[in-house]
Design a protein around this ligand. Structure first.
Ligand code: SR1
Ligand code: MG
Length: 427
């Protein structure tokens, strides 16, 4: 980590070589002849600059925060400190889930700049899902990542004093929490200025949601959980654009929204993005058999995420429960050991229920809020897009409002089928 002290200035393709050529962690990988570096700006996210820098010797990724929201422009300022939270989250994730995040080479806090491993030939998972690619072991890898990071960042595992210091550190990520609190849980449910939707196809859905008191109360209930239950260190924005894949290799990127929050949030958000990819399939694959097969694979992946999460969480509960909760000293008889295992089951039930609520909120906001997803956006035919989105909205609303009734993977998939049947393709 470096505190260079110089004034912040956003990098450009032209200025980057000169500005980074004196950084040892960069020149050891690219060589010191900056004139041989090839620089491309490839950021397609909502917030930051992302450069790929290649030389005959190697390649790196340089990510730099902008002082505003890139998606909207400088009318929406955003603190550079998000880069500091991303750095801290990456360090912790690398310890807790080895091999699952890009290697970090260098961090400059003043320049809000991270230099990281160039993942190649990896692709953003969201794009891979749109190309109907399958990745063996994907769900298991993501489920295990969630279990490792969520369990090990909680009072079930961490030293209490260290965790409290960490909760205080990440409590500073106020602006990014505010984005989630507003964009996910509040804005889609009233006429917030930056909302948008497929119109006129979804106009009635928008009106219905704004009049849907049960949905609005449920969304605020999930928001209350999100902002007040500092259970563990979350990635905070774990959608399929925050995952890179190549064959069987899976990496999780971009934890700048990291915060201490409820265990179910990351898993719920991740599942929501797979389920939306499922609903978007008619917009990308016209062959019925091919589409059915790929949709089945998506649901198997969702199933694998939860199943592996659960298995790994149980293993960690049994073997790495080193925090202040459920200490061994309290439970030394056979019956009591059983009670501790039941306590683990109860935690998993609570995590699942929360995950369903967060999943529903994420699905709704990606269709009616500001930040949409490419799977729907790239369907040119607005009637077809509206059809796909309505199915996802119906499931999202059901999960948000009736999450306590959706008690298993099977019941989630039953609800998905019901939502699809409610929204038949008419034309
Ligand atoms: C204004 S930022 C919009 C969204 O982009 C990020 O990836 C987060 O998902 C955020 O909600
Ligand atoms: Mg991101």
């Amino acid at each position: 980590m470096s505190n260079s002290g110089s004034d912040y200035a956003p990098l450009t393709v032209e200025t980057l070589p000169q500005r980074l050529s004196s950084v040892a962690e960069v020149s050891t990988r690219l060589g010191s002849d900056a004139s041989s570096w090839q620089v491309r700006e490839v950021g397609d996210g909502n917030l930051n600059l992302v450069f790929i820098v290649e030389s005959p010797l190697g390649a790196i990724v340089v990510k730099q925060a902008l002082p505003y929201v890139r998606l909207v422009g400088d009318s929406w300022p955003l603190p550079l400190s998000r880069s500091y939270f991303e750095f801290n989250a990456l360090v912790r994730q690398a310890e807790r889930a080895p091999g699952m995040v890009p290697e970090l080479y260098y961090f400059d806090r003043h320049q809000a700049l991270l230099v990281m491993e160039f993942l190649s030939p990896h692709h953003i998972l969201r794009h891979s899902l749109m190309r109907t690619e399958r990745h063996e072991g994907l769900g298991a890898a993501l489920g295990e990542f969630c279990a490792d990071t969520l369990f090990k960042g909680s009072d079930l595992c961490m030293d209490a004093a260290k965790r409290k210091a960490d909760v205080a550190l990440f409590a500073g990520n106020v602006a990014l929490c505010d984005i989630t609190e507003s964009l996910v849980f509040t804005d889609p449910f009233y006429p917030a200025p930056m909302n948008r939707h497929t119109s006129p196809q979804l106009d009635d859905s928008v009106q219905n949601l704004r009049a849907d008191t049960a949905a609005k109360v449920a969304a605020q209930d999930m928001k209350y959980r999100f902002c007040s239950r500092a259970e563990t260190l979350l990635h905070g924005d774990l959608h399929t654009g925050s995952v890179m894949v190549s064959g069987k290799d899976v990496k999780v990127i971009d934890p700048e929204f990291a915060l201490y929050g409820p265990m179910g949030f990351d898993i719920g958000m991740l599942m929501a993005n797979f389920l939306m990819a499922w609903f978007a399939q008619p917009g990308h694959v016209s062959d019925d058999q091919q589409r059915d097969a790929y949709q089945r694979w998506i649901l198997e992946t969702v199933s694998d995420i939860w199943t592996r999460f659960q298995d790994r969480f149980e293993t960690l509960w049994a073997q790495e429960r080193n925090g202040m909760l459920y200490p061994e000293v309290l439970f030394d008889r056979a019956g009591e050991s059983k009670a501790v295992r039941q306590a683990c089951d109860a935690q998993l039930v609570a995590i699942w229920e929360d995950a369903m609520g967060f999943c529903g909120a994420e699905m709704i906001r990606r269709i009616l809020g500001l930040a949409h997803i490419a799977e729907f956006e790239e369907i040119e035919d607005a009637d077809l897009r509206g059809h796909c989105e309505r199915g996802a909205l119906a499931l999202g609303r059901e999960l948000l409002v009736n999450r306590q009734d959706v008690t298993s993977l099977q019941s989630l998939f039953d609800q998905l089928k019901r939502a699809t049947a409610q929204e038949p393709l008419t034309s």
